[in-house]
Ligand binder design. Structure first.
Ligand SMILES: C[S@@+](CC[C@H](N)C(=O)[O-])C[C@H]1O[C@@H](n2cnc3c(N)ncnc32)[C@H](O)[C@@H]1O
Length: 333
């Protein structure tokens, strides 16, 4: 189901962007970021353009390197990357207490990997999913248990108040320009007394805004992940409460993880089962993209996308050691 060959990667770069426009889209995307002279206010004001450009440019790389679920996961010893991602998704499903026939929303579903896994795990409930760019026909063709798939902005969803029995978000609301407005919109469409569970990507208390090195890592993570800003766990919890939620459970998911969530990206780590994201795999991908771009099979600009993703991978590892983390939150409306 996941597109994973080199030619899929090459032909997918740019997504909905005209192939001839890919290079200029990369340049425009980069300019939003601090590493290229951009600033946070501009990213927030233009979040739709910034996030859409990012996912158009990177989705085929994600599919190639990561598969169908575009998120990290705390990992147990002896567990493969895929197993830890699945376990993470099952945990979320259990937190939501999903039952057959319920209407569930996956906020920012990517290409639908988690949603499909959760539906398989919980017995094919009706799920709705929203995502800015990708996936509609891709998913409906294969997973008819999902009632509807819509490309909508989670900051302003075209759903009536109190529509859903459960809502989840995995590393998606970190793209919101304003976390309170985003949670308030989720609160509005969730039925009263129901659960919203999320994995938020956050900055840790260790982050020191006066530390240049920390700022550099944060800026590179934002560039490599299409983020307007990275918020602290405290800011997210405060915003949830202000939006009307009662926080039931929250924890730094990375803190008690036997293996670090960023391990697959660590250059010093080698694994055959996620070879493509290891240092060696990245070296092969880099040269392959170079050749594909030279041959005209990948659009001009593809190497640049690969370069900022590599920069991001290194920043994620550096950041993951102390500055950024995955935060699990479960709350009731
Ligand atoms: C890191 S991916 C995670 C995708 C998915 N949750 C998963 O784990 O595979 C973040 C997703 O959020 C979506 N997204 C970002 N901003 C959005 C917005 N304003 N409205 C809807 N979706 C958005 C992106 O298109 C992307 O698919």
């Amino acid at each position: 189901m996941s597109k994973s060959g080199a030619l899929d990667l090459a032909s997918g770069v740019g997504g909905k962007i005209e192939k001839k426009q890919v290079l200029s889209a990369v340049q425009k995307y980069e300019k939003y970021h601090v590493c290229h002279g951009g600033d946070e206010d501009e990213r927030k004001a233009n979040y739709t353009d910034m996030v859409n450009k990012y996912y158009d440019l990177v989705t085929s790389f994600y599919e190639y390197g990561w598969g169908e679920s575009f998120h990290f996961a705390p990992r147990n010893k002896g567990e493969s990357l895929r197993e830890s991602i699945k376990r993470h998704e099952h945990f979320l499903a259990l937190q939501l207490g999903l039952k057959k026939g319920q209407k569930v929303l996956d906020v920012g579903c990517g290409i639908g990997g988690p949603m499909r896994e959760i539906a398989r795990f919980r017995g094919k409930q009706q799920c709705l999913s929203n995502n800015k760019r990708r996936g509609t026909s891709y998913m409906t063709a294969n997973f008819l248990c999902f009632r509807q798939l819509c490309n909508v902005d989670f900051m302003k969803m075209p759903f009536a108040d109190n529509t859903f029995d459960g809502i989840f978000a995995i590393e998606a609301t970190c793209h919101a320009p304003n976390v309170f407005d985003c949670y308030a919109e989720i609160f509005r469409v969730l039925k009263p007394g129901q659960c919203f569970a999320a994995y938020e990507w956050c900055i840790t208390d260790y982050f020191d805004p006066t530390n240049q090195e920390h700022q550099r890592i944060k800026a590179e993570v934002e560039l490599g992940n299409g983020l307007p800003d990275i918020r602290s766990m405290g800011e997210c919890l405060e915003a949830l409460k202000l939006a009307g939620f009662e926080v039931i459970c929250e924890k730094d998911a990375a803190a008690d993880s036997p293996l670090p969530w960023y391990l697959p990206l660590d250059k010093n780590h080698f694994s055959l089962n996620n070879f493509r994201v290891t240092a060696c795999g990245r070296f092969i991908t880099r040269n392959m993209v170079k050749i594909l771009e030279f041959l005209g099979l990948a659009p001009e600009g593809s190497q640049r996308v690969q370069a900022f993703l590599e920069q991001a991978a290194d920043a994620l590892v550096e950041g993951g050691r102390r500055v950024t983390t995955l935060h699990f939150i479960s709350c009731l409306s």
